[in-house]
Design a protein around this ligand. Sequence first.
Ligand SMILES: [Zn+2]
Length: 465
Amino acid sequence: MSLPRPHHRLLPATLAVLLLLPLGVRAQGADTPPGVFAFVNVSVLPMEGATEVLENQTVLVRDDRIVAVGSVASVAVPEGATVIDGEGRYLMPGLAEMHAHVPPVAQGRPQEGVLEDIMFLYVANGITTIRGMLGSPYQIDLRDELLAHEMLGPAFYAAAPSINGNSAPSPEAAEAMMRAAAEVGYDLMKIHPGVSRETWDRMVVVAGEVGLTFAGHVPADVGLVHALETGISTVDHMDGYLEAAAGGTPASVDELVAGLNERRMRRLARLTRERGAYVVPTQYLWANLYGARDADTALRLPEMNYVSPQQRQGWRNQAAGTPRLEPATREAFLQARDRMLRILAEEDVLLLMGTDSPQLFNVPGFALHRELDAMSAAGLDNRTILVSGTRNVGRYVGEVLGQDGSFGTVAAGQRADLVLLEANPLEDLGHLTERAGVMVRGRWLDREFLEAGLRAIAAKYPSVS
Ligand SMILES: [Zn+2]
């Protein structure tokens, strides 16, 4: 069955806002289409160069691009520009969710409203770029609709339905999938476990021929070192690192942790850097998967107000069905993951921010801020963490996906994906949630608009507290 296309896609943005809200709630705040904007007297976090914060700046935006960044005295505000007061505020690049699962469906699209809400949750959390890692045919159209502002949401880079042990039981099957993915126009190929080494090697050759990169899990038969040496572009969940660093195939989590060795961990990190692969850690998800937070506590977190009771119940069931480790074993394992992440950062491996939402207890958008806390708790400094969600993302899209990667920093010529904050996030990552507004490819969404949209989503579901 193929679902009809939503009819409101071409309506003006303000009308679309009214449709988002339940009856009786008046539209609030502003959703201003791309045009000319001036952020005046703002502190800028360029996320590149030696200076962390540029004070008293004016940032000019025209359509979807930043056109000027300079001191208030040096940059004139054009007549007719929408002026946004930047005094006491901080302007930084929008963040990225580099491991999103946008709901896959075999044919057609998810039920109307589902995608709109998910995309809104990303934007309302300051996320202006996502990489979809669970491919589905409708996502090709979705990507274009998002770029054209027909649906409000982040820029979307779409992985193809994954090559894994079931979908690609032979080299021929993997070859066919890789060729089809390039033909259809996906941005990359997702890898899941179960792929044999022979199948992998064929996939690598064909990927080179069709010009498509591959990323995701490291199949056990392939192993991390071979995956890196053959050009995997992102290793998600730090998949394969601890196994490789423990040497051989440990029989238990305890054995895995006991077998870790600093020299091997550093060697793997250096190999990753040399090969130019990126790592998407997903520490928060792993803590959840290993039962670091019980379901009752997790399901009372404030972000649970933005997901359906079915989703909450699904997570409760998943948590109940997950085998539990001894608390001491779990702690040692999660600490080993943190240690590996620190070593990757120390060896200058390129990190990318990502959560795997909506996997266990990961509410789209909100989960990213949980992940930032987890990266911080692992010992990463705030700048490294912010770079993983901004500058590194533009670099990945430019250098690895071979597309326009001019975003992720605040500079003339960059895509106008911006977050305006009330306080400096380099001092405290918690300031990332004190948003005065978000700009998505030149479209300005102020705080009232974002908060009204969040209230409208929460109003659909029973409150958790
Ligand atoms: Zn995934």
